[in-house]
Design a protein around this ligand. Structure first.
Ligand SMILES: Cc1ncc(COP(=O)(O)O)c(C=O)c1O
Length: 397
């Protein structure tokens, strides 16, 4: 059986970098050298300088390319470095159609940097294909999709957007951070560039900042490789090794976290203090069917809204198990406050327009027993109830 025929779980472990051909080591060696001796004056070897190519980084790039079903992967120093470098495929005068509730750092890059470089954009609700079509301009060169989106978990039909992009003669970029190739492979749905914050599920342990890009076209691979080397925001070798290690357990981590996420989403959905739950694993989610059709699972991230900011503050002050932090996709559960964390770069008016309210919290479910998380949430919700009672008594007395 050729390793290309293995199932995804097996491919995570059995790939061309499983065994080091020199020593037989079963872990990819970390090659620190920044430069490589050239034994021939005219003919340089495959490796010449660490920014251009490094064997440890290359192993990660090969692994992610295979997992995403692409021909070439690229590793960057952060998710934003991957995204920003991919945007350099565009030129002054070009236009991007982009998901409106995109990650805050991407929003900042598009609105405050690309505009300065003469690259325009239109934000759209990507779940509305008519709105997407209406946003197309003669100079539209890229469609930028994040699905499920951050933090409202809206689901975009990747195939439909890729088809529109092809008709327009534009590229489709998909940020696949939330689902990873374990659950969603955008290139197979017609996308051109897949992007990752590998800081999240791919590495999985809150101990590395990294970004990845994958393409499945030779010309795009050449152009992105040129930009990776030219811009130079490459991933360091220790970090490349950490991502490689994290990827080996990606599927089991995601499966477990996803199971727990569904339990937590159902618990929150039934709780009287929770106004709204955003999770594409709930049948009530508006794009539940699209999610089911294009991905193998809804993932392990959800968000929910309480009645107001005060209620949320009380909840966060009393919840004990999840860390309260920026980021997601780790072994430990993480609660984040998008208004002040992932989407702080978005002005309040823009956030509110998109529904990213001050009472919205995002939960990335880790590997704790979900019943412990539910008990923890229950006791924190009780505290919210009590504080509301105290407030009501104060108003009536
Ligand atoms: C969906 C998404 N894309 C991109 C990024 C940026 O990645 P990084 O923080 O690794 O630069 C993040 C970070 O939170 C993210 O959530």
């Amino acid at each position: 059986m050729a390793h290309g025929e293995y199932t995804f779980e097996t491919k995570l472990l059995h790939n061309k970098h499983k065994i080091d051909p020199v020593t037989g080591a079963v872990s990819v060696p970390i090659q620190h050298a920044s430069t490589f001796h050239q034994s021939d004056f005219d003919q340089f070897g495959k490796y010449d300088y660490g920014r251009s190519l490094n064997p440890t980084r290359e192993a990660l790039e090969d692994v992610i390319a295979e997992l995403e079903g692409g021909i070439k992967g690229f590793a960057f120093s952060s998710g934003m470095a991957a995204i920003s470098t991919a945007f350099l495929l565009l030129s002054a005068g070009d236009h991007i159609v982009i998901t409106e509730d995109v990650y805050g750092g991407t929003f900042r890059m598009v609105t405050e940097v690309l505009t300065r470089l003469g690259i325009e954009h239109t934000f759209v609700d990507m779940t509305n294909l008519e709105e997407v079509k209406q946003a197309i301009q003669p100079n539209t060169k890229a469609f930028y999709v994040e699905t499920p989106s951050n933090p409202l978990m809206k689901v975009t039909d990747i195939q439909a957007i890729s088809n529109i992009a092809k008709e327009t003669g534009a590229l489709t970029f998909v940020d696949n951070t939330f689902l990873t190739p374990s659950y969603q492979r955008p290139l197979e749905l017609g996308a051109d560039v897949v992007l990752h914050s590998a800081t999240k599920f791919l590495s999985g342990h809150s101990d590395v900042v990294a970004g990845l890009a994958v393409v499945n076209d030779e010309d795009l691979a050449k152009r992105l490789g040129f930009l990776q080397n030219g811009f130079g925001a490459i991933l360091g070798v220790q970090d490349a090794w950490l991502v490689l290690r994290g990827i080996k357990t990606l599927h089991v981590r995601l499966e477990q976290s996803q199971k727990s996420a569904l339990k937590l989403a159902e618990f929150c959905d039934a709780h009287p203090l929770v106004e709204k739950v955003h999770y594409p694993g709930l049948e009530s989610h508006p794009q539940y069917q699209i999610q089911k059709a294009q991905a193998a699972g809804p993932g392990a991230v959800l968000s929910f809204e309480l009645a107001n900011e005060d209620a949320l503050r009380t909840f966060l002050a009393h919840v004990k198990i999840p860390v309260f932090a920026v980021s997601l996709g780790a072994v430990e559960s993480i609660l984040s406050y998008p208004a002040k964390m992932s989407h702080a770069a978005m002005p309040q008016a823009e956030r509110e327009k998109r529904g990213i309210t001050n009472s919205l919290v995002r939960l990335s479910v880790g590997l704790e027993n979900p019943d412990d998380l539910i008990n923890d949430f229950s006791q924190a919700f009780k505290q919210v109830e009590q504080s509301q009672l105290v407030l009501q008594q104060g108003e009536t007395s």
